[in-house]
Design a protein around this ligand. Sequence first.
Ligand SMILES: Nc1ncnc2c1ncn2[C@@H]1O[C@H](COP(=O)(O)OP(=O)(O)O)[C@@H](O)[C@H]1O
Ligand SMILES: [Mg+2]
Length: 262
Amino acid sequence: MNVLTSESKSHAPSAGEMAVYCRQIVKEFGAGDTKTLALRGVNLDVLSGQMTLLVGQSGCGKTTLISIIAGLLNATSGSLEVLGENIIAMTGSQLVRFRQKNIGFVFQQYNLLPTLTAVENAAVPLIIAGQSRREAFEAAKRILASVGLANRMHLLPNQLSGGQQQRVAIARALVHEPRLLVCDEPTAALDAHSGQTVMELLRRVALQADRAVIVVTHDNRVFNFGDRIIHMDDGVVTQVEIPDRVSQEANQMSHKPAASHH
Ligand SMILES: Nc1ncnc2c1ncn2[C@@H]1O[C@H](COP(=O)(O)OP(=O)(O)O)[C@@H](O)[C@H]1O
Ligand SMILES: [Mg+2]
């Protein structure tokens, strides 16, 4: 039981504040001959109000890293703060509560429950967290409407297109209004048009000042949606790229004198 963790106050980050702070995160799987060093000391900052893309070859450690950030997997060593909390020090039940309140997770293959309708799927996290069914369904309907599925609420996953299923999965990940949304290759199974729709939706979420969105992708069709692109290779971060669009926006907002005309 960690006293510091249970007593620390969580405060909502505002735009530009640190949502995730990783230092020297190491993750080993297995032991002896089968030991794999999946992460070899990852340093990473994620800001709220931004869309952070995490890119790199298959096997470089992206899923492992975001699973640790989302509290689904323990790091072997290193420090990690998520929304100002040292989640490594939390007990199992503290971590479950923290996740239920603060984190949404979207998977490549949607992972919807096949026998539940769209609205039932989207309501699941609230029902598990103990809300009444009525409140959970009302929240699920609101969020499905906001992702453009108002007229698909009562269909089963196999009656929806891939892009629509992924939007249901995003609604489910957002239904409890988490401050951190983590998405693992959310467009990989989608055609170009559905992929764009999903990324536009995630970008809308990320631009809310108190929200941070991390998207793992190796889909270069969607790189232009990122505010920061973090490149990984073989278990480490190798480069942090800020697209021209973002640095231009930052320049326009600063008080530099206008460029002279010729
Ligand atoms: N549960 C596991 N047990 C053993 N090795 C694993 C496990 N999960 C991932 N790995 C290994 O860790 C490395 C990173 O995997 P992963 O994070 O899934 O990469 P990515 O998401 O970038 O494709 C790979 O070498 C993979 O085989
Ligand atoms: Mg992966």
